[in-house]
Ligand binder design. Sequence first.
Ligand SMILES: [Ca+2]
Ligand SMILES: [Ca+2]
Ligand SMILES: [Ca+2]
Ligand SMILES: [Ca+2]
Length: 382
Amino acid sequence: MIQKYYFNVSCDHIKSNNEPSIRFVVNLMLEIIKHMKIKVLKLGLCLLVLVIAVVSCENDDDSTSSIPIRDRAEQQLADKDSLLAYLTTHYYNSSFFESGSNHKYTDIVITELPQDDEGNYLEMPDPDNNTLLIDAVETLTTTFLEADYEYYVLKINQGGGEAPKFTDAVRFRFEGSIVETKDVFQSLSTPDNINLHSNGFGSQGAIRAWQLVLPTFNTAFDFSLSNGIVEYNNFGLGVMFVPSGLGYFSGSVLDIPSYSNLIFKFELLQYQEVDHDSDGIPSFVEDYNDNVDVFDNDTDGDGISDFADFDDDEDGISTFNELVQTTYTSEPTLAANEYVYSREESEDGLVIITVTAQDTNSNGILDYLDDSVSIDYNNIDE
Ligand SMILES: [Ca+2]
Ligand SMILES: [Ca+2]
Ligand SMILES: [Ca+2]
Ligand SMILES: [Ca+2]
């Protein structure tokens, strides 16, 4: 439970992006009930997440309501100074990673430059084996909640697997620390999983930095079992340096004070595609304007973003029923607009069910997004 809390996105994000209202929640409940006969199990989980999410969002509000919220742009100016000061005065053991493989986040050693008696920084020792962070990181920019941010990523290993999307779930190990105090607030040496994105009106997602950075790395190429322990091979390994605005910002989470700049050393091990509304369309696809934000896509304008909306065009036929199912017994090559819906491997063999979006009237708008086409492919004979 504590793990989950560490990665809760702050409530001001949820509210400014997607104001939860009673109508919104009631609509969603109705959608869930409507959809239940098809997918009871998955939607049971969805309901559970909903309840937890609302509760933890309220808790977050209570803990921060007495602190005046700072302006994001102003805070970012200060945070950028802090982070650049850190990156220009700290180095890491770069040559260690030039040989060997499967290095761990615990192998990454970041050290402050030596200082003279007056506190002036001196030359970096052993430059053949060390690299100043500012010379090693990639500087990236993003706009989040109307503020412009700069964040920094040290990529030590790309990883040999696939890259997750910002809406997916990932399996990872990490160590998180605070730039200002250098305190390590959590080390996670046993792999754990997290949903990078909330379900749309709760706080079950990761901080924004994780949504932005992890998709630029790949998961492990493969893994093996050794004495009952999973050994990952050629996984993503890096460090991110995160301004508070892409972290918890005004939120004060356990030992992390408000407005802390954060450092995460991390290993990206595995990922799983997530379809938050279980409508058959993976959530990252429902980011139609491809701006790494699923909140601003609402095809039918009903206040429920597409990634959380089971009937995206509000024509009364659920999105899932506007898709054509295909069953395969061997690995398929997916067509355009075809997505794997389920995959089961048993003694009877492999069964993969996919769903494919149609454009029946060839107007360039897929049926499930076109309220003028209402064909229920799962009840076609009824
Ligand atoms: Ca979906
Ligand atoms: Ca909608
Ligand atoms: Ca949807
Ligand atoms: Ca529909």
